[in-house]
Structures are given as C-alpha cells and as structure tokens.
Design a protein around this ligand. Structure first.
Ligand SMILES: C[S@@+](CC[C@H](N)C(=O)[O-])C[C@H]1O[C@@H](n2cnc3c(N)ncnc32)[C@H](O)[C@@H]1O
Length: 220
C-alpha cells in the first residue's frame, strides 16, 4: 500500500475505534500495554525532556510520558491526531518523510510500529536523526524480518497489514550512517510475554523475536 492508502486506513480505524489502541492495529490491548511498558522501561526515565512521537496515531504509546515531559506527536491521520491531542500530545499533521521541525530539536525521538508501513524508510530515519539533538536518543520499534514465526504467518495471512519488515543489522547500519552510537536492541517474542535486551549479536533474538526496538545515542 502507498502512503495515501495508509492515511485513509488509519483515519478509518480512528473513526471506528476512537482512542482505543485498536485504532493503531495492535493485536489486542494486552499485547499493546505489555509492549509499551517494556519499551518505555528500556528507554529509561524521562523527565523534563522534549520528546517527539513520530507516527503517534491516537497517542496511546507516549501518553505515560506526557505528565513529566513536553511530547510532540506527528501523524498524517488527522482523525487519529484528535485523540492524541486529547491525551496531551502537542500534535502536528505531517508526513514523516519531511518533518516540520528544526534540526536537533528533540532530546528523545520515538517511532513505534510505523516504519513497516513506509517503503521510503531511509527518508524517515534521516528525518528522525536530523531532529534528534546531539547526545539525544532515537528509538525505533518495528517487525523482525528474520523471525521464523513471521515467515510462517506470512504464508497464512490473507490481508497484508504492512509493507515491509526489517533485519536488526539493516537498521543498525542506518543508525550508524546517521551518526548514532551506543546502539542496543530490545527483542519481543509475541505471543510470549518475555523480552530480551542486548547488543543484537545473539542468534536467538534474531531468529525468534517477532519484533524489536533499536535505540542509539546521537554523537555529540
Ligand atoms: C500502527 S500505527 C502506530 C501508532 C503509534 N505509534 C503506536 O504505537 O500506538 C502507525 C501510525 O503511523 C502513521 N503513519 C504511517 N505512515 C506515516 C507517514 N508517512 N507519515 C506520518 N504518519 C504515518 C499512521 O497514520 C498510524 O497512525
């Protein structure tokens, strides 16, 4: 699907499901809240930071950050942004391939469950890197292309719910290219509840995790 179709798709989801995490296409609420808790714990404590939630949808992922930080949310689904604003995000309608922000504006940039929808993902990562301040953190979460479960699911799935998947090493390469260091991975193994953390070198995480998050620190 192209970008315009995803925009319509998520507008429709928000129209039908409102502020619910169903609007963001999560498998169910339990898996969303588990993923959010693990990812935010792994991100580390955030207080008094300026944060960007890129592809924020209805804002459910970064809602816990709103109280102690200034959280901006960008998405091209206007309908979703109404709910994100109600959750306290400062919302802007825009496409992630060209962000309406100055260079180095954010201490932390999170992009959760989005790049699997975007063929031109390198444009998006370049933009996310540009708006991350030197010394700041970029965290991107997406689907693991090397996962055995995903390969099996692909054979059974009738409706394709995303455009592409990623290898951990592929994203590490892009992070390095755009000036990030101290790169780490968080691996998730849906439907199981456990996660693993590390440098991304282990075979198990690469083959068996259904999704992963990668984070890095932008060189000062
Ligand atoms: C699966 S949802 C994830 C929402 C949120 N990050 C979360 O984890 O709950 C993907 C979101 O990315 C947005 N999106 C996809 N491609 C985009 C693009 N090129 N520019 C802006 N938003 C985009 C969609 O509108 C949708 O709200």
């Amino acid at each position: 699907m192209g970008n315009i179709h995803w925009k319509q798709y998520f507008d429709k989801k928000a129209e039908v499901h409102g502020a619910s995490v169903k609007s963001s296409d999560y498998f169910n609420e339990e898996s969303f809240f588990m993923q959010r808790a693990n990812t935010l714990r792994w991100l580390g404590s955030c207080e008094g930071k300026v944060i960007l939630d890129a592809g924020c949808g209805v804002g459910a992922f970064s809602e816990p950050l709103v109280e102690q930080n200034t959280v901006y949310g960008v998405d091209f689904s206007e309908k979703s942004l109404e709910y994100a604003a109600a959750r306290g995000l400062k919302t802007l309608n825009g496409d992630l391939t060209a962000l309406p922000f100055e260079e180095g504006m954010f201490d932390v940039v999170v992009c959760n469950g989005v790049i699997q929808l975007i063929e031109q993902y390198e444009d998006v990562l370049r933009e996310l890197a540009r708006v991350t301040k030197p010394g700041g953190t970029l965290l991107v979460e997406t689907l693991n292309r090397n996962s055995i479960q995903r390969k099996l699911l692909r054979l059974l799935e009738k409706d394709k719910k995303f455009d592409r998947m990623y290898e951990m090493e592929e994203l590490r390469g892009v992070f390095v290219k755009y000036g990030f260091e101290q790169i780490e991975f968080l691996n998730m193994y849906h439907p199981f509840k456990f996660v693993t953390e590390g440098s991304g070198q282990g075979m198990g995480a690469n083959r068996f995790s259904t999704s992963f998050a990668i984070k890095g620190r932008k060189r000062s």
